[in-house]
Design a binder for this molecule. Structure first.
Ligand SMILES: Nc1ncnc2c1ncn2[C@@H]1O[C@H](COP(=O)(O)OP(=O)(O)OP(=O)(O)O)[C@@H](O)[C@H]1O
Length: 728
């Protein structure tokens, strides 16, 4: 559509929004004015919130705080944006926040903050029993006659006129059915309050029941949330900031009760926002229990693909940030995943997002070293040159070439076994169990590898450069015994992809402190060579500190079966040392996904079929689709092909979790931890050996290729497109 056309459409939408809001506002105002059951302050705030009930929200007013004899909760508001516990304040003096404390008129009012947090906890407990994540429950203090919009820890302080727009602007977390179910549950848990000292007057006839201001179904449904595009949260990052509260300017309030402009703007913002993924809010009660569990030391969550490990990890991060004052590090091996996870967490738990660092291990280690004044000269290309020289000098003509003439295998041996494990002497290397390495190396071979390693180190230091392993080793040295860790807790996602030195480094940051280290991952999804056992790192996980998730929430049986068929013969050793068969049992909950196999006689026809399949999709469907490839060359080729075909592409390395109207394109490895409604794997079987491999190194490479393909296949929720070329 032309720019002018879309501007006209937007203006028309805005006019329509405004007209409908005006009608809803008039209806709500009439009801609020007739409603005599509440105090003046509550009535004024409720008047603001009643307009939300026209848009699918449910308002419970003046409820008894369960477990107390006489305490009440002013309001519980349940809507598409989540559950809000609202405490109304009609104070003479403006609220102030300083050093995390609530004050007014120069005096501490912190008991009000503590009470609101306590009652919020009760509400969290109530919704947790429905499988709703506690992070969806937010405490709000509403100030009558004030203009204020600040945060005090996780509490939002909002003025009478800000509260409606602010809550309306919240992203959609709950469906209409969920809102209904939660409201009904909370209505039971928080019964109507009866003031023991004075009975309040009943509402006027014809007015809605004040304790549960419901609207007729038709009216509530007249404003279903509209799926929009931006996916951006426009809330400021959560922090405690000085109060900017000031009395409302006379004349700035339209008609005394409502800020119609604010509501209109909020409604438009809401319409532009994409619906939040359901999974960010909902957890199974078993998952809620893990999120809240108190662990006396390091803990681990494992389980097959799609079983909610990351979801639990993210909620756990939010939970820890909420219940401690320190920072939380959420770390993975891959570069792009932390950006995506950070975006999800910000939407899910904005109040604590600024206390959780989402980082890839190497970028974090580099920054850590920089902060400590340790010079780092990371240079991948020059380090690789150093290895090429070393191979030429001492590798190429050694006994290693008999096992595998490709320098690549021996480069991996140095990276993942010697340097990845921090091995410092030949004797140590000679004795080490080379986890997940298939070749049998006799002492003479190990000597040759060690000579190659020493030559590499000498060429590397001559060039004064570091490789990625050096960064981790330097950081480990720096962190060991430093005693002043910047983190209260560390959560490691996809832990199976780390090297032993990487795990030791993260362990050094928090040690055995309670709730300090949480390792999340699945050995079957290892996409890098080599490996380690937790015991090698000295991490002791015992009893209930090792948890296994078994319900796959992502893939249908057809997709899981196709993926498991690839790795069925590959048993694997996980980081606890347990050997597990490739074909694992998993409980399935999702039934709609299907596998679409496309076999063509030539590469050109195969690629045409891919383009045709992508062209069939609507723009919305394309933004939920990913084309994944096993090599960089294939990615470059498909990027050209799709772009020429007029299909917009977003490389996975640029994807940050916000919705983009483009097909995602990237490698199997970069797709780790992500998921898409449609996954397209062109030439998926081209590089994957299926028969028995004779050479040990080929066997190892085959296993790794199958693991990577397995990871790529299990990213698919609704459609898994598998392309192959088989000449006739
Ligand atoms: N209790 C739940 N109810 C519904 N969906 C859920 C639940 N828990 C997780 N999910 C969904 O299941 C999918 C997989 O979750 P998640 O990515 O956390 O799994 P994972 O175990 O980390 O997967 P992988 O190891 O394959 O990366 C996500 O779409 C998530 O939203």
């Amino acid at each position: 559509m032309a720019a002018g056309g879309s501007a006209a459409r937007r203006a028309q939408e805005a006019r329509l929004q405004e007209r409908l809001l005006r009608e809803q506002w008039r209806a709500a105002r009439q009801r609020a004015l007739r409603w005599e059951a509440a105090s003046e302050g509550e009535r004024r705030v409720a008047a603001q919130l009643l307009v939300l009930t026209e848009r699918g929200w449910r308002l419970l007013v003046d409820r008894r705080w369960p477990g107390t004899r006489a305490a009440n909760v002013d309001m519980l508001l349940i809507g598409p944006g989540g559950v809000f516990v609202v405490d109304v304040k009609n104070w003479q003096a403006a609220p102030e926040t300083s050093d995390g404390e609530l004050r007014a008129g120069g005096e501490s009012r912190d008991e009000h903050r503590r009470k609101l947090l306590a009652v919020t906890k009760t509400a969290e407990g109530a919704v947790a029993s429905l499988g709703l994540s506690p992070v969806a429950v937010q405490p709000v203090m509403a100030f009558v006659g004030r203009q204020v919009n600040v945060e005090l820890g996780r509490i939002r302080l909002l003025g009478e006129y800000e509260i409606g727009p602010a809550l309306l602007r919240e992203r959609t977390r709950l469906s209409a059915a969920q809102v209904r179910a939660i409201a009904e549950h909370l209505e039971r848990v928080f019964p109507e309050y009866e003031d023991p000292s004075a009975k309040r007057s009943a509402p006027a006839r014809g007015a809605p029941t004040p304790q549960s201001a419901r609207t007729p179904q038709a009216a509530r449904n007249s404003w279903p949330p509209v799926a929009g595009r931006t996916g951006q949260s426009d809330r400021a990052p959560a922090r405690t900031v000085p109060s900017r509260s000031r009395p409302r300017q006379p004349g700035s309030e339209p008609d005394g009760l409502f800020d119609l402009d604010g509501l209109c703007q909020a409604a438009l913002d809401e319409a532009r926002q994409a619906p939040i993924e359901q999974w960010m809010t909902f957890l199974h009660p078993d998952q809620v229990a893990l999120v809240r569990r108190n662990w006396a030391g390091p803990a681990r969550i494992s389980g097959p693909a799609g079983t909610g490990k990351t979801v639990v990890g993210l909620h756990r991060a939010a939970h820890l940030a909420r219940h401690t004052t320190g920072r939380v590090l959420y770390v993975t091996f891959a570069n792009n995943l932390p950006r995506v996870q950070g975006t999800f967490l910000k939407t899910m738990a904005p109040a604590v997002a600024d206390r959780i660092d989402f980082r890839s291990l190497h970028s974090w280690a580099q920054e850590f070293l920089k902060g400590r004044g340790v010079p780092v000269q990371l240079n991948k290309a020059r380090a690789e040159t150093a290895f090429s020289f070393a191979w030429k000098d001492v590798g190429r003509d050694s006994c290693l070439a008999e096992i595998d003439p490709s320098p690549h295998y021996w480069h991996e041996e140095i990276s993942y076994v010697i340097k990845g494990r921090g091995i410092a002497s030949f004797e140590e290397y000679a004795a080490v169990a080379r986890r997940r390495r298939r070749t049998t190396l006799r002492r003479a071979h190990r000597r040759a590898v060690w000579a190659l390693y020493e030559a590499y180190e000498s060429h590397r230091t001559e060039r004064a450069v570091h490789d990625f392993n050096d960064i981790l080793s330097l950081a480990l040295e720096e962190a060991t015994g430093a005693g002043d860790s910047p983190y209260r807790a560390v959560i490691v996602d996809e832990v199976q992809d780390l090297t032993l030195v990487g795990v030791r480094l993260l362990y050094a940051l928090v040690g055995d402190t309670p709730n300090g280290l949480l390792l999340v991952g699945d050995g079957q999804q290892a996409v890098y060579p080599g490996g380690f056992r937790l015991s090698d790192a000295g991490v002791d996980i015992r009893g209930d500190r090792g948890q296994v998730l078994r319900t796959n929430y992502r893939n249908s049986k057809e997709i899981v079966d196709a993926a498991l068929a690839i790795v069925a013969e590959d048993s694997f050793e996980d980081i606890d040392g347990l050997r597990t068969p490739g074909r694992r049992d998993v409980d399935l909950t999702y039934h709609d996904g299907r596998v679409h196999r496309v076999v063509k006689p030539t590469a050109a026809e195969h690629d045409q079929a891919l383009v045709a399949a992508l062209r069939e999709l609507t723009p919305q469907e394309r933004s939920d689709a990913a084309v994944l490839c096993s090599s960089k060359r294939a990615i470059d080729g498909y990027q050209r092909l799709l772009t020429q075909a007029g299909i917009r592409v977003c490389l996975l390395e640029h994807y940050d979790g916000h919705t983009v109207e483009a097909v995602k394109l990237g490698s199997y490895r970069r797709a780790k931890g992500l998921e898409f409604k449609r996954v397209y794997l062109p030439l998926h079987d081209a590089d994957v050996p299926t028969g028995p491999e004779s050479a040990e190194t080929a066997r190892e490479r085959g296993e790794l290729a199958r693991s990577q393909l397995f990871v790529a296949m299990t990213r698919a929720r609704d459609v898994l497109w598998l392309g192959s070329v088989r000449p006739r």
